[in-house]
Design a protein. Structure first.
Length: 240
């Protein structure tokens, strides 16, 4: 059995296993690079209507082909990590959601696309394909996954910020309450001092009033005594 027959048989087996076989024969794509041992991916959802094949129901994860699943377990992450800082890899698209992200990268020398899912710039999953439509579809699915994965993280970030804000407001309110309490204590202390001073002043005023009354009585007595003495003195003198 030649190489073409083997590829055709593998594709047919995949179509039968996924329940997606609608025709008697699957379409086969082999590029010029197949001769050098680089196989072009034949998708499991090959249909005459390309737009239908490249779309997935909302919230549904795209199923990987057997070749892609094999790639995930055989070092695509390490391969991309070695290539990422080189001059030949082009970043075509990148989306961030929280600490998660998805990238679509292109290696022009081999017309190969790398679709990566990562967290905090650490690659998590990497799929390699030479089918540009398949690469775009996987990229969109990875972007959707980053949105789902980041939901809890973003919610936690918001809750942490709200908690920190609430704690700051509590601290400000407590500080304000402490200052008001201190002001109230000072006001009460001053009020007590003023009250004591008022009571003392009233007592002194009462005493002074009594002293004034006594002094006025003494003055009247003295004045009366002076008049009496004056009369007595004047009584022995001849009347003019």
């Amino acid at each position: 059995m030649d190489q073409k027959s083997k590829i055709r048989q593998i594709v047919l087996s995949v179509l039968i296993a996924t329940g997606g076989m609608q025709a008697a024969h699957a379409q086969e794509a082999v590029s010029d690079s197949a001769a050098s041992g680089v196989a072009v991916e034949t998708t499991a959802a090959a249909q005459p209507d390309t737009s239908a094949a490249s779309s997935a129901a909302p919230g549904q994860t795209i199923a990987l082909t057997p070749d892609e699943a094999k790639q995930s377990a055989t070092g695509n992450v390490a391969e991309l990590q070695q290539m990422i800082h080189g001059p030949d890899l082009t970043e075509m698209r990148t989306t961030y959601n929280g600490s998660y992200g998805a990238s679509l990268l292109f290696y022009g020398k081999e017309m190969t696309y790398y679709v990566a899912l990562f967290q905090q710039k650490n690659f998590w999953r990497v799929i390699k394909t030479q089918d540009d439509q398949r690469a775009e579809m996987i990229y969109k699915d990875f972007v959707r996954q980053t949105a789902q994965l980041s939901d809890v993280e973003i919610r936690r970030t918001r809750l942490e910020a709200q908690k920190a804000l609430t704690e700051r407001l509590i601290a400000l309110s407590q500080d304000r309450a402490n200052r008001l309490q201190a002001d109230l204590m000072i006001a009460r202390q001053q009020q007590a001092i003023v009250s004591d001073q008022q009571q003392q002043n009233r007592a002194e005023a009462t005493a002074l009033q009594q002293q004034k009354t006594q002094a006025q009585a003494q003055l009247r007595d003295a004045q009366r005594q002076v008049r009496d003495l004056q009369r007595q003195l004047d009584s022995g003198l001849p009347i003019r």
